[in-house]
Design a protein. Structure first.
Length: 281
């Protein structure tokens, strides 16, 4: 069934190219996220932007209740900028990191199209050290591009992604090297590399007021190969509360994180993803 879906999507992309011409590389959509240039091959986000007029609008509205006008916001995994663009319009400074060189080209152009002059972008993967890493460059869902998983899955390789080499940086070190402002808020969506990124940003987590991070069980298990405890041990020392955005559930984790870990284990067992929003005070 999954293979049939992929073939249908690939067929629709071929039709789109036939209509627009084989020299067409992207499509500009006028959306709630802003004017967004998206890859013509990306069926997933293109369909939403074209027919729905927006991408993850409820997520953006949720985040903007925590982000203030004078905040510095870091986005790790910008993709083409559907989140970075609208949030950048509502904060003082926004810094984005995107590992996929093709996608980086799109987010860079979308910053220009939307006259976002407070944005600084870097074409790096974010992890635990400075090194070269293997990276899967997906096409049908370019937002699913990721560091090469420890355990492969059809979820990651269904569109036969190219494997390329990209540069990884350690965020604590990179901020000092580039003399960047420390983040007030950090948004992380890097398709399973969250564990590595957290290892390399312990200094800035201590000063950040908010962390918004994707939690996907199969990413933890297959991409980084770590447990829930490994994951949260890098977060809970820095924050007091967590909100499960999808489940609309909140917990106090300042005294004990046993309840938090138990709940995550239940999500893990049920292969249930959610977005976690951590705050202080």
């Amino acid at each position: 069934m999954k293979k049939l879906k992929v073939k249908k999507r690939q067929f629709k992309i071929k039709l789109r190219k036939k209509v627009l011409g084989h020299h067409a590389k992207g499509v500009i959509y006028d959306t709630e996220n802003g004017m967004i240039l998206a890859p013509i091959d990306d069926y997933t986000i293109g369909r939403y932007l074209g027919f729905k007029g927006g991408w993850n609008i409820s997520e953006i509205k949720e985040l903007l209740t925590y982000i203030q006008k004078d905040d510095t916001v870091y986005v790790l995994g910008t993709h083409i900028g559907t989140l970075l663009i609208p949030i950048g319009k509502q904060c003082k400074t926004i810094v984005g990191y995107e590992a996929n060189p093709d996608t980086f080209g799109y987010v860079s152009k979308n910053v220009l199209i939307n006259d976002l002059d407070n944005a600084t972008l870097f074409n790096y993967a974010v992890g635990d050290e400075e090194k070269k890493i293997s990276f899967l460059k997906n096409t049908l869902n370019s937002g699913g591009s990721k560091i090469k998983p420890k355990t492969d899955s059809y979820l990651y390789s269904h569109d036969n992604p190219d494997t390329i080499e990209v540069d990884m940086i350690r965020l604590d070190t990179h901020i000092k090297k580039e003399n960047l402002p420390a983040p007030d808020c950090i948004i992380v969506d890097i398709e399973g590399a969250e564990y590595y990124a957290l290892q390399g940003m312990q200094d800035i987590l201590a000063g950040a007021k908010m962390l918004y991070i994707e939690y996907v069980p199969h990413h933890l298990k297959n991409v980084s190969g770590v447990s829930n405890k490994d994951f949260i041990d890098l977060i809970v020392p820095h924050f007091d509360k967590v909100r499960f955005v999808g489940k609309k559930k909140e917990m106090n984790i300042s005294d004990s994180h046993e309840e938090f870990l138990t709940y995550l284990d239940a999500l893990f067992a049920g292969e249930t993803a959610d977005d976690l929003l951590f705050t202080k005070g």
